[in-house]
Design a protein. Structure first.
Ligand code: BES
Ligand code: MN
Ligand code: ZN
Length: 495
């Protein structure tokens, strides 16, 4: 699929389909007015008849309006003009691209000048439009014997903007396509089942990414090296699995060597059965998504390298399975982490923090400016914030503020939970420096408390993406979140 930006007037449009937004007020915007004039008031007549009420998610295809050079005009509902935000903006583009593709339109031109979201410039508008279209068109059918692709797929979308916005729009074009590609990679990796997407598979995909981008170098640490480094927590999880653990590092150099990097750490648990503290059978298949944090890191690295952002960025993905086995962790086992701190494993299903803590200790060697970890860490996070919002906690308020703001800007929102000292005591253990669980209450916070004990030497934020990284139910699948939030954060940083 090809995206272009352009500046021209609708009356000159000769082919394909014109897409224009209609607000609930049904007042004609400037593009609609021009079209209405050319077609002798036909557009206003359609709206007057009430066939299109402008509600979000609604669309109406019009054919052969008199006087127009192009055959089709698609009207898309935009809701209330004052209420247009990141989410409703995205909805306009997902509705439009699905309708176009279902109807067999191959070339479409979107007129964007009427659509304004508070705080957005043309660059943001274009990149968000592309991300929304590509997210809606995403399919995962590589494991079906018949493809579910439409017979006449969309071939090109032209995004029409005011001529004075053209330069900014071109930046948005590059960013939007890269972010959409990154999200596609994240979703593909996440949707793959545990028997295909193993730690070794993730490592091979990282190597592949490294071959595609000259500024990106990959290093995979094997179990023997992890043992030398003393990663007793991470290795205790993989001991119960026949798949060897991997510690995947991706190093992107887009700025001067002396610039301190951002380090992203992603939980790459390719299947979480719970271990000896085994999970119930119900929906256990969804635990193939326990590597979404790692897949997010891969997607972001891919997008950053594609744009060529002038920053230094490191990705670290501890990857393992968590299965029951004769050699698996047992409740009560005590292991020693790379930091030297000992951990009493009271529940083998709280394994994410065990693989993350060693990765978090390891990443201090990159002398990071900030470290952000992404993890499908706790079911409690879904109880607290649902599937709409990811949790963010950490030891550095400015970093947390920046992440919250980035998510708000692109409709990939996070919400801060407290990481106050008084929660730490829930991790007390009679036999080791800490327990790996903190009891029934405040599960997301005590998980972050656990991680906080390994991140004291740098600025750190933790995002629990258990609720946002995928959806269950009829449309079960990975969402690609929080790639948009992280990309916005990194783009803002790059200036
Ligand atoms: N991967 C899970 C968290 C999870 C659960 C993500 C459901 C998405 C949906 C994690 O490893 C886990 O099992 N956490 C336990 C922690 C508990 C034992 C303290 C949980 O949330 O139940
Ligand atoms: Mn678990
Ligand atoms: Zn897990």
């Amino acid at each position: 699929m090809e995206y272009r930006v352009k500046s021209s007037i609708p009356a000159k449009q000769r082919s394909g389909c014109m897409v224009i937004g209609i607000y609930e007020s049904r007042k004609l915007g400037s593009t609609a007015k021009q079209i209405n004039q050319v077609c002798d008031g036909q557009l206003a007549a359609v709206l007057k008849h009430g066939d299109m009420d402008g509600k979000p998610g609604k669309s109406l295809m019009l054919y052969n309006l008199p006087g127009l050079g192009c055959e089709r005009v698609l009207l898309v509902g935009c809701g209330k003009e004052k209420k247009l935000d990141a989410a409703s903006f995205g909805k306009i583009f997902s509705t439009a691209s699905k309708t176009l593709e279902d109807g067999g339109t191959t070339h479409a031109t979107f007129y964007l000048s009427e659509l304004t979201v508070k705080g957005w410039n043309s660059q943001r508008k274009i990149s968000q439009a592309i991300v929304a279209c590509e997210s809606a068109r995403y399919r995962f059918d590589q494991l079906k014997s018949k493809s579910s692709a439409p017979k006449r797929p969309l071939k090109s979308i032209t995004l029409n903007v005011d001529s004075r916005d053209l330069a900014a729009a071109k930046h948005g074009l590059i960013a939007g396509q890269a972010i959409a590609n990154g999200m596609g990679l994240t979703r593909d990796l996440s949707n793959l089942p545990g028997n295909i997407c193993t730690p070794s598979y993730l490592a091979s995909q990282a190597r592949k990414l490294g071959k595609q981008h000259s500024k990106l170098s990959i290093r995979i640490l094997e179990e023997a090296e992890m043992k030398k480094l003393g990663m007793g927590a991470l290795l205790s999880v993989s001991r119960g699995s026949r798949q060897p653990a991997k510690l995947i590092t991706l190093d992107y150099k887009g700025a001067r060597k002396s610039d301190k990097p951002v380090v992203l750490v992603g939980k790459g648990l390719t299947f979480d059965a719970g271990g000896i503290s085994i999970k119930p059978a119900q929906a256990m298949d969804e635990m193939k998504y326990d590597m979404c944090g790692g897949a997010t890191v891969m997607g972001v690295m891919c997008a950053v390298a594609e744009i060529g952002l002038p920053i230094n960025l490191v990705g670290v993905i501890p990857s393992s399975e968590n299965l029951p086995d004769g050699d698996a962790n047992k409740p009560g086992d005590i292991v020693t982490s790379m930091s030297g701190q000992t951990i009493e494993i009271l529940n083998t299903d709280a394994e994410g923090r065990l693989i993350l803590c060693d990765a978090l200790t390891y990443c201090a060697r990159y002398k990071p400016d900030v470290v952000i970890d992404l993890a499908t860490l706790t079911g409690a996070c879904i109880v607290a914030l649902g599937h709409q919002t990811q949790a963010v906690l950490g030891n550095n308020e400015p970093l947390i503020k920046d992440l919250l703001k980035a998510g708000e800007q692109v409709g990939d929102r996070a919400w801060q939970l407290p990481l106050w000292e008084e929660y730490q005591q829930q991790l007390d253990s009679n036999f080791a420096d800490m327990a790996n669980i903190g009891g029934r209450t405040a599960g997301t916070i005590t998980a972050a408390c656990f991680l906080s004990r390994y991140t004291k030497d740098y600025n750190w934020a933790h995002m629990d993406i258990a609720g946002t990284a995928w959806v269950s139910g009829a449309n079960k699948g990975a969402t690609g979140r929080p790639v948009p939030l992280l990309m916005q954060y990194l783009i803002d940083r790059a200036g």
